[in-house]
Write a protein that binds this ligand. Sequence first.
Ligand SMILES: [Zn+2]
Length: 560
Amino acid sequence: MNARAAAFLFFALAVPVLAAPTPPLPQFSGETTLAALNLAMPAMRGAKQVPAKPVPVGTYTWTRSDGTTWQDERSPAVELWRAAQTAGTWADRAGNELTLARAQFAFPTLPYDHASREEFDRAIADPALRLGPRAEPAALAGWAARYAGLGLRGEPAALPINRQRLSALWEIPLADPAARAYAFRFDPNHAGQAAAQAAWFVAIFRVPAAATDAGGADRALRNGFLAAIRALGRFSGVAPDPKARPRARPDAEIPDDARRAGARASIELLDDWWHMDSPHYIVLSDVPGGTAQADRLLGVLEALRPRYAALVPRFPKAEEPTSVVRFFRNDDEFVRYFEGTPLALAVTETAGFYDGGRRELVIRPARKEWGGPEHMESTVRHEGFHQWLHAAWPGVDIPTWFNEGTAEFFESCVPRGAGGSFEWKEQEAAARWLEDLAKNRDANWTEMLRATLLADQATFYNPPHFGGESWRSYAFAYGLMYFLHRGAPLVRNQPWKDVLPTLYRSLYESPRDPIGATCAAFRLGPNGADTAFLEKFAADLRAFWRASSARQNARNAKLP
Ligand SMILES: [Zn+2]
């Protein structure tokens, strides 16, 4: 074999291995009707509408010059700006994605890149930001680039497509070869389009194949999509979606607030999504026929809420916004909802999740191997507590042992009938482990307790003192909270009655110091070194889990 033949053979072998399969170009068939926008557009084949991700919210504490503080809730301004103008996103399995937006106002100038909603609303009310019918192509291009989070690689170009219906169509060259952006406006003088919206629409596509087949992608989008967009006329025979969406649990009085309104608006244009309201919650879901399930979950959450509050006091001035609960039809959608967020990895093995950044309790579809709907309810009891506490203690850095231990405590309570009462059972697996541990001579309870109390989040989830096994952290924190609520009140002279009140007071006074509050509650001294109190407490905790009689008495005692 000579050198040339060898080289040829190498390429012949190598090429099929190296070439990644080309993702398919999007294809369009049929129509998606957006009655609320008075618009119909070709539907991307195989694509589903993706629910809008809520804008992340963070609580900020500010200090005045006199040293007093106040708090407000802020979000990334660019996300508020996008959310205010987004109409919807559709994606297929090949990774082709279309986002349709209404370009109504340019990005405002703000003092910080995070803004409160009021501050943002004030800023965008500035008439100078409006993108009217005569908006310059450069302004539209700047708008699209900021919206897509990409740079521009040239000037917008007018496209002579669909001219009878569109009064303008600009192609905006974005700096990502896989992205395409088009701004268009309907011509209200065209027959049947008198009711067209005057707004500029911007369609942004992500087409992975466009990176290698730019011409093919342009043709697919121009011929398949742009050529057939139309406005819905008053007489075109398409009525606004008649499906009655608002639903409430029977007999429930539903207060209105911004969060509930926002949650409803977020699914307004989604065909498969529905909502169900209860006095403190709103469920968003795309589970077909899932309303019975939602009704049951809302029943559990509403019944638990006063229990949460009876055991853990709300801080004064804490608001009580509607809590959003979302549950998905399938695993795929659940995982996709977190894609590209810092939680993407954390949610791979969870049955549900309280997403503090978005203020949402997100539930995965019940998996058989996790115990189905019953497991779903125990997940809701656990995550529901995280959600409730987040609102009840605004801006507080919650000690992880307390947050997880209490959530576990609520997870293991079981509703008794439909009357809203609960049975406070021991969590079987945890109790068995704690009992074994209590009987094991070599176990050092003071050290395990100290390590659990002082663990930050990362250490709690990967605890060296428990061989790196997070379930032991949970079980130990559970054993601690169960004892504090059920066993400790029965100990003679109640020597532990100040532990939780001290914790609450310290967190209220210094919300950013979870370790300091924990040290105050367990009298560990300023540097956590003073363990005299902790040793006595650990001895009682251990004695509790060891003695079946003490546990029997605890089971029979009443809870507030
Ligand atoms: Zn948890």
